[in-house]
Design a protein around this ligand. Structure first.
Ligand SMILES: [Zn+2]
Length: 327
C-alpha cells in the first residue's frame, strides 16, 4: 500500500510549487527521504559525441581537442558498486560504469605561475604525479599547464573520495571511490574563496575531459560535483570532512550547470549535519545547496508528522542500512 503526500513548498515556489511524494508503508523498509526540488539550471543537455582520433605512443588525442598522457597510468582494482534506488522500493543494482565525476584539488605545494619558474613548476608537477600514482589517488590529474594525465585506469576504482555520498533523482550512491571518477586539479583552494584557484589552461582541459567522459559513459551533468559537496565524516555525522572546491569551482566554464545549487544529498537523504565550520569553508554558492537540503529535511519531517531530529535519525538509519549492504 502506498501513501501519497502533497506538499506545498512556499519558499521555492519559483522553481515548482508542489512536490508529490510517495512513501512505502512496507514494514521492513524505511520510508524514502523526501526529494528536494531541483534547480532549473540542472536540467539535462546531453554532451556532444567525443571519440578517440589517434593514439601515438603514450598519448591519446580526442575529437574535441583533448589530449591524455598515459605515461603514469596504473591499475588498482576493477570498478563494481551498488546503486540504491532513491525511493527505497527495490533492491540495489550492481553497476560497472562510472555514475559521476568528483572534482578535487591536490592541495599541494604551489610555485608562482610564471615563466621564470618553469623548471620548478615542472619538478613539482612530476613529483606530484608520482605521489598520486603511489596512492591510487585519482583517475586524472590536470597539471598547472593544463596537461591531462590518466593515473588510475578508467575501469578501476581510485581512492579519491573516502566516505562520501551523492544522489540524483533516481539513485543514491554511498562511498564514491568505486562509483565516481576522480579528477584533480594541481591547485589549492582557500576557505571561502570565490575565484577559482585553477589556471585558465586547467579549466579548459577540465571542460574537454569532462565532455569526453560524459560522452563515453552517459554521465548526467548533475552528477559532476566537487569533493566538498560529497565528503562526509561518519564519526560525527557531519558533512565536509574534505573541503576541496568548497567554493570557486568554475562549473559554468567547465560546461556544467551550477551544481553548487543542488541540495546536498548527505543532508537531505542521509541525515548528516552541516557544521558552522563547514559553512565557513563554503562559499555563497554551496551555502545555497546546504540551505536547500535543510529545507527539504524540515519539509520531510513535516510530511512524516515528526520532529526534525526524529526524521533526521530516520535518514541516518537509512545511511547505516545502506552502508551495511555495501560491506
Ligand atoms: Zn579531494
Amino acid at each position: 500500500m502506498a501513501r501519497f503526500v502533497l506538499l506545498a513548498t512556499a519558499g521555492l515556489a519559483a522553481l515548482a510549487s508542489v512536490v508529490l511524494m510517495v512513501t512505502s508503508t512496507h514494514a521492513e523498509v524505511l520510508p524514502a527521504p523526501l526529494q528536494p526540488i531541483r534547480p532549473a539550471a540542472v536540467a539535462e543537455a546531453p554532451p556532444p559525441k567525443v571519440w578517440v582520433v589517434e593514439k601515438s605512443g603514450p598519448e591519446e588525442i580526442y575529437s574535441n581537442g583533448l589530449r591524455i598522457d598515459n605515461r603514469y597510468v596504473v591499475s588498482h582494482y576493477p570498478r563494481s558498486y551498488l546503486a540504491f534506488p532513491a525511493d527505497h522500493r527495490a533492491p540495489p543494482v550492481r553497476r560497472y560504469d562510472p555514475a559521476g565525476i568528483v572534482f578535487h584539488t591536490t592541495e599541494s605545494h604551489q610555485a608562482p605561475f610564471e615563466a621564470d619558474h618553469n623548471d620548478l613548476l615542472r619538478r613539482i608537477g612530476e613529483s606530484l604525479l608520482d605521489y598520486v600514482q603511489r596512492r591510487f589517488a585519482y583517475h586524472f590529474l590536470i597539471d598547472r599547464f593544463g596537461r591531462v594525465y590518466r593515473v588510475v585506469a578508467e575501469g578501476d576504482a581510485a581512492d579519491h573520495a573516502g566516505p562520501s555520498l551523492w544522489a540524483d533523482s533516481r539513485w543514491l550512491y554511498v562511498n564514491l571511490n568505486r562509483s565516481f571518477l576522480g579528477i584533480s586539479f594541481e591547485a589549492r583552494t582557500e576557505p571561502g574563496q570565490t575565484e577559482s584557484g585553477a589556471s585558465p589552461a586547467q579549466v579548459r582541459a577540465a571542460a574537454i575531459l569532462t565532455e569526453m567522459l560524459r560522452s563515453r559513459y552517459g554521465i548526467p551533468a548533475a552528477n559532476c560535483v566537487t569533493h566538498a559537496q560529497v565528503s562526509v565524516n561518519p564519526a560525527n555525522m557531519q558533512v565536509g570532512y574534505h573541503t576541496d572546491w568548497a567554493s570557486g569551482f568554475p562549473f559554468e566554464q567547465v560546461g556544467l550547470p551550477n551544481n553548487y545549487a543542488q541540495a546536498l544529498p548527505a543532508v537531505w537523504a542521509f541525515g548528516f549535519l552541516a557544521s558552522a565550520d563547514y559553512r565557513a569553508a563554503t562559499g555563497e554558492r554551496l551555502a545555497e545547496g546546504v540551505d536547500r537540503a535543510e529545507e527539504t529535511v524540515r519539509a520531510g519531517a513535516q510530511a512524516e508528522k515528526s520532529s526534525v531530529p526524529t526524521y533526521r535519525k530516520h535518514l541516518q538509519e537509512g545511511y547505516r542500512q545502506r552502508l551495511s549492504e555495501l560491506n
